[in-house]
Design a protein around this ligand. Structure first.
Ligand code: NAD
Ligand code: ZN
Length: 247
């Protein structure tokens, strides 16, 4: 099975990857299921919403600061590096991720589409102010801040530049992802439950257009019914083997 997956990828002319929280699990970033009971007994679905933010911005910011702090200590794993390597080899044309952890970029992936934003980016709730904290070198300063962060431009509340439950994805980002999916001959789907829409349309579009789906997950997911090859296992271990086989 894994040999077949490697062969398919090596021979493909346009391959993409679609990733979810599971690809970062081996980096120590919990998946949403892994969160349960971990942070003040709130479910992410109760905190990652505009309603929660406007009701209690302090609580939601505390949750994001906690996650940002956890994520900044995480390093990419073999799966992130394998995807960057496949891109350098000219096999992979893009990585479309639902993750906000920035680990694909850290691993060296160039053509990266972040469907749900990035936890190190913040934006103003009133004006057009945006900041990428890694670029401005303000991650530490931000995490030490005791107050709810305010916009340096207009003084309104800042918020994480991520897509919350119930919010629309940025149209240009989604368009780009759909166009890549339409062209893809092969799509490697890694570590996603495949139940968050519209992101989960990506592999479905690939399949409808006659492309092949290779799935890597520790258990069956919403994508498994349309997967041509299902590789059960940890993302890092399986992806490392695939890259070795291709080389
Ligand atoms: P999910 O938490 O719903 O599902 C994770 C999937 O990964 C599951 O199917 C699980 O079986 C699989 N998995 C767990 N460990 C694995 C491993 N070592 N190797 C391979 N697969 C493994 O995640 P989702 O599908 O991405 O959807 C949840 C939403 O939560 C997304 O929209 C995402 O933005 C957000 N989220 C992001 C992060 C992050 O940025 N790292 C973390 C948690 C949640
Ligand atoms: Zn502002």
């Amino acid at each position: 099975m894994i040999e077949e997956a490697a062969k398919l990828l090596a021979r493909s002319r346009f391959a993409i990857a679609f990733t979810g929280a599971g690809i970062s699990a081996e980096s120590g970033v919990p998946t949403f299921r892994g969160f349960n009971g971990l942070w003040k007994k709130y479910r992410p679905e109760e905190l990652a919403t505009p309603e929660a933010f406007w009701k209690n911005p302090r609580l939601v910011w505390e949750f994001y600061m906690w996650r940002m702090n956890l994520i900044r200590k995480a390093k990419p794993n073999d799966a992130h590096y394998a995807l960057a390597e496949l891109e350098r080899m000219g096999i992979l044309k893009a990585v479309i991720t639902q993750n906000v952890d920035d680990l694909h970029r850290e691993a060296g992936t160039k053509n990266l589409i972040e469907l749900h934003g990035n936890i190190f980016r913040v934006k103003c709730t009133s004006c057009s102010y945006r900041e990428y904290l890694k670029e401005s070198g303000r991650v530490d300063e931000f995490l030490q801040e005791k107050d709810v962060p305010k916009c340096p431009n207009c003084g309104s509340l800042l918020r994480p530049d991520v897509v919350w439950f119930g919010e629309a994805l940025p149209e240009d980002t989604l368009d780009k992802a759909f166009r890549l999916a339409e062209r893809a001959q092969v799509c490697i789907v890694i570590g996603t439950s495949g139940i968050v829409y519209p992101a989960a349309y990506i592999p479905q579009i690939v399949k409808e257009r006659g492309g092949t789906i290779i799935e890597i997950n520790v258990e069956k997911s919403g994508i498994t019914p349309i997967a041509d090859i299902f590789l059960r296992g940890k993302a890092g271990e399986v992806m490392d083997k695939i890259v070795r086989l291709i080389k």
